[in-house]
Every structure is written in C-alpha cells, then in structure tokens.
Design a protein around this ligand. Structure first.
Ligand code: ATP
Ligand code: MN
Length: 463
C-alpha cells in the first residue's frame, strides 16, 4: 500500500489523477445503485473526505463491513469532486477494513447526541465533530502557551505534583498515602501516624504550582508552570473540575500593573492564535453551539480590558438594582453572577479587579498600606466570570510572617518559602490561568466537563 496522506492535506491538494492512500474512521456510508459514498475522517481536520466506491469492483463482504464507526484504509485516485460541498474526493481502487463496528451496538450513529450523553461515552466522543474540534483547540492553546512564554524569554518550570505543604489554602486537597487503609499505624493519641507513610509525613496532590514557581522566579526572573492541579472541592458546578490544568507565570521585578499587562497580553495572544490556526473548528462551534462565539473572541482581542478596584465593583453591584442570589457587601467574595454582571451588563468588556479585602484572599498577597486590602487581581470574562486569579506577592518578611501567624498556618511547612524573603527578596508577581476555563471561553461550550478529555468531578472518575 502507498504511504498514508492525512485528510487535512488531501483537502487542500490539487494533485488530481494521482493515486493516494488515506486511513480513517467511517462517519457515514450511503449509496445509490452500484455506487457507495463514504464520509471518512481521520481527526486531522474537522472535515471528512468523500470516498466513492464502485461496488461492482469489490467483493460484497468488504462493502458490507464498511459501516459507521469502522476503521478503513483506502487507496484510490484523487479527483475533483462532482458533488456539492467538497472540492476533492477519492475514487477507491483498494479498500482494507481494519476494524468493523457493529451497527446494532456502535453508539455514535449519525443522529445528533447530547453533550450529556457523550460524557457517558467519553472513550468514543473524540470521534465526534464537537470533541475533535475541542481537542484540536486544546492542543493549539497548549502550544500557543509555550510559544508565548518562550518568545518572551520565560522558562518553563516543572513544579511538583506531590506536595508536603497543605498551606496554599487554595482548596481542599487529595491525600497521597501508601498506608494500609484498614489498619493504619496510629500515634499514641489515636490519630494516624504519617511518620510511617512513604514520605514520612502527610502529603497531598498539589492545588497550585505557585509557591515553587515563586522560588524559581527569584532566580530565573521570569518563569511559568503549566501542569495539572487537584482540588477536592465538592462544588458540582459547570466551571469546576477536581483535576484541571493551570498556567502559572511568576515574575521577579513585576508589580501588579506589569502583572495585569502580562495577563491581558497572554489572553489576547491565545485567542488570536486560535482564531488564526483553528478557524474551521471555531466556525463549526460557532454554527452549532454559540452564534456569537467568533465575534466575542474578536471583541476581546480588539478591546482594552477595564481595570477597577474591588470597592468600586461592590458599589456598582449595590447600585445596580439587580437581584442576585448571593449577597453583595464589602468584605464578601464576588460570586460568578456578580462577576458576570460587571462584565456583561455594566462594563461590557473584560474586567481586571484589584485590591480585594485581605480576608478573602490568600496569605501570600502583598498587603496594601490601608491595612484592609491586598494587591490581588482577578480577570473576569464574559460567560465565565473569574478566569485568572493572581497578585503581587508579599516580599516583606515581617509582613508575610505576621500574616501567616494571623491565619494560624503551620510555619514549619513554609520555612523555605519564608527564606526567600530573607535572602535577596524583591517585589514580584504572578497569576494562575485555569486552562479549561480558557477553553470553555474559546469554544463557547457551557460545561467544563466537555473541554477536557476525561473529566474528574465529584463521584466521577470513569475512563
Ligand atoms: P473560583 O472562585 O472560581 O473557584 P479560585 O479563586 O478558587 O476560583 P484560584 O485559586 O485563584 O481560583 O485559581 C486560579 C484559576 O484556576 C482560576 O481563576 C480559575 O481559572 C481556575 N480554577 C480554579 N479552580 C478551578 C477548578 N476547580 N476547575 C477548573 N478551573 C479552576
Ligand atoms: Mn475555588
């Protein structure tokens, strides 16, 4: 057999009359008299290529086994298509059936399926147009992330996934242990003796790579992590996963304004990149799920984000005359409904809010001179609410130390973090961009379970 050519390349080819080979999965087969038309997809692009089969040239069995979901290889002549809707097609000379798919039990027959149903068959949903598009966009965004930072001279840091500190305070953690769950060693007071566990102490899956990224930023100046993070938060929302990916840049010599500039530039770069390189996938999502998707993406790229402080946002919400489910009051955290009101109804642009009350933010954020607020920043997007959380970090040893004490954080677990404020400390900043939240925005889909191949959520770890 000839060397395989990807459908993406064939659809752009004008090598008519040439014999080529394609391999892929059959989306549909239909026939008129002695001709069969097969729509074949290999995932390289959202479009199928049409394979035209003169049934009289093949034995009956081969043709019978070509059904929706089966995997085949076709060698044939590339021709200019007679039919509407495609430019090229293949006149089949040889067909090899690699894997059949019984029409009575293959779940992805032609009819449209709900996203909820597709979640139950996450092992097969990559074969749908929707998930093909999502996975290609996910790839493009990963690549664009590395490109953006690499081009700016940032270094990619691998922060640990198993962590010995549970002090980040970003959420509930998943324990990592090898102790016998039926008969764990106990201390004299009856509690589990983690001294005898693998690491000789309690360990968890990381909720964020930030603290370790900070350590390296205070040496390499500008770094980022991009890895999985884990939060045992029992919030069954369309925007929370128990396992999600986070992009976390951390920069020495950046204040909060530099931090905001970087966040805005990164978000615009990622969107521009996907608009350029995933235009066909976006067009599909725009047509089937969200008619405003592409114009919304362009709107973000073309407009400067609004910058405002938390106190101002609270005033706006209080004067809005709007009924919210959750209360609005200075000192309370903003909920997604509040964030979306600010972005979609009030400012009508993405918003970067800064200077939140210190009580609702993490211990490491730089304290403002008012004694009440910290130099936090959240980036709020339409449809999503918070997409980025970040801050300028507290670089002053005494102020950081007193905040740790105030919050009763076990100081012993953070001695190494504190030491960076003792030796060559300097102002620095960083943020976390939830990768799946960004893909949600980029695809126009409504549920975060549909933008990661195999979602982990409360009571669900199948596949
Ligand atoms: P939220 O209030 O929405 O739960 P957070 O304040 O807990 O977010 P951070 O700890 O600041 O979020 O994390 C940084 C970013 O990571 C968030 O802005 C968001 O994009 C993303 N993120 C946080 N939690 C989750 C989650 N459970 N699933 C997916 N993405 C998340
Ligand atoms: Mn959270």
């Amino acid at each position: 057999m000839k060397k395989r050519i990807k459908i993406k390349d064939l659809l752009e080819s004008t090598d008519f009359g040439k014999e080529i080979n394609v391999k892929g999965w059959v989306r549909t087969k239909r026939g008129i008299k002695t001709i069969a038309f097969i729509a074949l997809n290999d995932g390289s692009v959202i479009h199928n290529i049409q394979v035209v089969v003169d049934i009289t040239k093949f034995d009956e069995k081969t043709v019978k086994f070509i059904t929706t979901g089966s995997c085949i290889g076709v060698t044939g002549i590339l021709t200019e298509s007679q039919g509407k809707g495609q430019a090229v097609e293949i006149q089949a000379n040889e067909i090899e059936v690699y894997g059949t798919a019984d029409p009575a039990s293959y779940p992805l027959q032609k009819k449209g399926h709900t996203l909820e149903f597709l979640r139950e068959i996450a092992h097969l949903r990559p074969r749908t147009n929707t998930f093909g598009a999502v996975l290609r966009i996910r790839h493009a965004m990963s690549f664009a992330t590395h490109k953006y930072f690499n081009d700016k001279g940032f270094y990619y840091i691998h922060s640990p996934i198993i962590t010995g500190s549970d002090a980040e305070g970003a959420g509930e953690m998943f324990r990592v242990t090898i102790l016998d769950d039926k008969n764990p060693p106990l201390k004299e007071d009856g509690t589990v003796d983690y001294n005898q566990d693998f690491f000789g102490k309690e360990t968890n899956l990381s909720v964020s790579g930030q603290l370790e990224a900070e350590l390296t930023a205070l040496a390499l100046s500008e770094v980022y992590t991009f890895g999985p993070t884990f939060r045992a938060e029992n919030s069954n929302t369309p925007r929370h996963l128990a396992e999600f990916w986070m992009i976390e840049p951390e920069m020495a010599f950046y204040d909060i304004h530099d931090n905001m500039d970087l966040a805005e530039e990164l978000l615009k770069f990622l969107i521009s990149y996907v608009l350029e390189y995933c235009s066909e996938d976006l067009r599909f999502l725009n047509n089937f799920y969200d008619n405003d998707l592409i114009s919304r993406l362009k709107f973000i790229v073309e407009n400067k984000f609004v910058r405002a402080v938390y106190s101002e946002a609270v005033e706006i919400l209080l004067n809005s005359g709007q009924k919210f489910e959750f209360p609005v009051k200075w000192g309370l955290d903003l909920q997604a409904e509040h964030e979306r009101y600010l972005v979609e109804k009030h400012f009508k642009k993405p918003v970067i809010l800064t200077d939140y009350p210190k009580e609702i933010k993490a211990f490491y954020m730089k304290q403002n001179d008012d004694g009440k607020t910290v130099r936090a920043m959240d980036v709020l997007f339409p449809k999503i609410g918070e997409i980025i959380g970040g801050s300028q970090r507290e670089e002053n040893y005494d102020r950081l130390y007193s905040r740790i004490k105030e919050l009763n954080i076990v100081e012993d677990e953070l001695w190494w973090y504190l030491e960076t404020r003792k030796f060559g400390t300097v102002f620095h900043s960083g943020f976390g961009l939830g990768f799946e939240r960004m893909i949600l925005f980029m695809t126009g889909l409504g549920n975060i379970r549909d933008v990661i191949p195999f979602p982990r959520t409360p009571r669900n770890a199948e596949f």
